[in-house]
Design a protein. Structure first.
Length: 225
């Protein structure tokens, strides 16, 4: 039985498929050679888990990626628009855009449509001009440059963890350990976070993706993979 606002399952539970939420916990950090982005993979609609293995790390240019939280449809649309404009930028200027340029485009879209969007974004990238940078855009469309940023419902459980274990200039191994440890804690305590842990490492060599189970090879914060 299909309704305009969703679907009624065999168990009689109404599932609102028009309000899929993504990005229950995501984060990005700077480290000595670039940036690392990470996210869980659970997408929910109310109490219903719509997808257990969502990929919430979205590439918008060669070495510029974003983490999406809020409405899945809103954040996907914003990321697609920014990716289109960054492609045009590269053609018109004959050089790749900076992470700051990408963050400015995200911020303009989110702020100009703040009353119609449910979109929290984290933008992270590496460019030859500025190295690795992280920007966050919370609901409302403000823009913040940070050494690391966390977002989504699961982030409320790991502010203390991140404050305790964060340090400037981490190595890649230490950075991956820090991100994995933080996401592991969020998945442990937040019912809306779950699935697997996806990571992207961005350096001058390009993008390298990683996939982990929440408890796979965990050695504690700052102790690597």
């Amino acid at each position: 039985m299909v309704r305009s606002s969703g679907m009624l399952g065999e168990d009689g539970i109404h599932v609102d498929m028009n309000h899929l939420k993504t990005g229950e916990v995501n984060m990005a950090i700077t480290f000595c050679d670039g940036v690392i982005l990470g996210a869980d993979s659970r997408t929910t609609t109310g109490a219903y888990i719509a997808n257990r293995v969502t990929d919430k790390l979205t590439q918008v240019h060669d070495t510029i990626w974003c983490c999406r939280s809020g409405s899945a449809a809103d954040t996907q649309a914003v990321a697609d628009i920014v990716s289109y404009h960054l492609g045009l930028y590269g053609v018109m200027h004959e050089e790749g855009p900076t992470t700051q340029t990408a963050a400015g485009l995200f911020q303009e879209l989110c702020y100009d449509n703040k009353d119609r969007l449910s979109a929290g974004m984290i933008i992270a990238g590496y460019d030859q001009r500025n190295g690795g940078n992280v920007y966050s855009i919370p609901l409302g469309g403000s823009l913040h440059k940070q050494p690391y940023a966390i977002g989504g419902s699961g982030s409320t459980y790991i502010y203390g963890y991140c404050d305790s274990y964060w340090k400037e200039g981490m190595s890649e191994e230490e950075g991956i350990g820090f991100v994995k440890g933080a996401l592991r804690e969020a998945i442990k305590w937040d019912g809306s976070s779950g699935g697997v842990i996806r990571l992207v490492v961005l350096t001058n060599k390009g993008a390298v993706r990683h996939l982990y189970l929440p408890d796979q090879g965990y050695k504690g914060p700052g102790k690597g993979a």
